[in-house]
Design a protein around this ligand. Structure first.
Ligand SMILES: Nc1ncnc2c1ncn2[C@@H]1O[C@H](COP(=O)(O)OP(=O)(O)OP(=O)(O)O)[C@@H](O)[C@H]1O
Length: 332
């Protein structure tokens, strides 16, 4: 699956990811991350207390849980941006605890970052180039051999332009990143992460602040990562998105993993429903975004009306629509 011009399809879910009953800490058939006894304490508060967790390879895993559950802290630990009090974890066969963030990224585990003010002052293309790893010209000896880094520079630019075209950002390549809309920034953050040719992409709330006009496109790109052989781990509060694209869901509460399993199972768990799902839990986001054919139930209509009221955009409800809306009408 590639561009948003593709006919709307239900995402192909990966199944058979685990061994035995789906319960917290369950073993995976082919894990890309295996974590053990990872804890992180802030004063008297144990923000993360994960006994055992395996993240499946070449699948899309959602990390959900209420505010303060420890999701971001766990992300920070796994990516080397914070140090645990205890614990070990292996990424793609290599011990990663204690490895600093830049090395973690070089080993193929990247996370997206919000565009900071400083990065906003660089162009879209410059941002992309910064995302690439192992630049030969960075070494002292290599930097003296001009043809070597010239060639590499060309390769990096070519890859950047190719990825930008996929994300429909190629026409913006010379614009300052700060001039992009909120949704386009989210696309750039993801595009930049792909510059390092990662094995695992970690996304922190990819849908936060994104208008429904760009939701479909973002979903397609995340699904596309799996098609290309990558693994995805994302934190998200939008349960429709989780239900729609996640192959596996890990639920955290008070630092611990309290449930895990395929989304349809986890979301039938009454405790999970009560604690974590919003008022629109029965609405299929795919139908709302026009990605999949589906009944326009009163709930879907209600959600569309809410979205329209918030954005001032009139969403036609002829379902399904084949192409993603061209215009990005982000909420600011
Ligand atoms: N640097 C810090 N210093 C002190 N306490 C912290 C720090 N970082 C996180 N915490 C606390 O650790 C707990 C877990 O926070 P964390 O941000 O990981 O949760 P979360 O699940 O990502 O929440 P949210 O969904 O709101 O982003 C919270 O109680 C938070 O206040």
């Amino acid at each position: 699956m590639s561009s948003s011009n593709a006919a709307p399809l239900r995402p192909v879910k990966s199944t058979g990811l685990h061994i035995g009953d789906a319960a917290p800490g369950v073993a995976k058939v082919d894990p890309i991350i295996i974590a053990d006894n990872v804890t992180r304490q802030f004063g008297g508060l144990k923000a993360v207390d994960v006994e055992h967790l395996e993240i499946p390879r070449n699948a899309i895993t959602a990390l959900i849980g209420p505010n303060g559950a420890g999701k971001t802290t766990l992300f920070n630990l796994l990516t080397g941006f914070d140090k645990p009090d205890t614990g070990t974890w292996v990424f793609d066969g290599a011990q990663l605890n204690g490895v600093p963030a830049f090395k973690v990224a070089r080993m193929g585990q990247v996370r997206t970052f919000q565009l900071t003010k400083a990065l906003g002052l660089l162009t879209v293309l410059e941002n992309m180039k910064l995302g690439s790893q192992k630049q030969k010209g960075e070494g002292i000896f290599a930097s003296l051999i001009k043809p070597l880094w010239n060639k590499q520079e060309e390769e990096i630019e070519e890859r950047a332009l190719d990825i930008l075209a996929r994300f429909k950002l190629d026409t913006k390549k010379d614009d300052f990143a700060a001039s992009l809309s909120g949704g386009q920034r989210k696309l750039l953050e993801m595009a930049r992460a792909l510059m390092s040719q990662p094995k695992l992409v970690m996304l922190d709330e990819p849908m936060a602040g994104v208008n429904p006009a760009l939701t479909q496109s973002l979903l397609e790109h995340i699904l596309d990562l799996k098609t290309q052989g990558m693994s995805v781990l994302f934190v998200e509060h939008d349960m429709q998105m989780v239900r729609h694209i996640a192959d596996w869901v890990v639920v955290m509460a008070e630092g611990r993993v309290v449930a895990e399993g395929p989304p349809e199972d986890v979301m039938q768990n009454p405790a999970v429903i009560d604690a974590y799902l919003g008022s629109h839990q029965d609405v299929d986001l795919g139908v709302v975004t026009g990605r999949v054919a589906g009944e326009i139930t009163p709930e879907v209509e209600e959600l569309l009306e809410e979205i329209d009221a918030e954005t001032g955009v009139d969403h036609a409800i002829d379902q399904p629509t084949a192409a993603a809306p061209e215009k990005d009408e982000d909420i600011k």
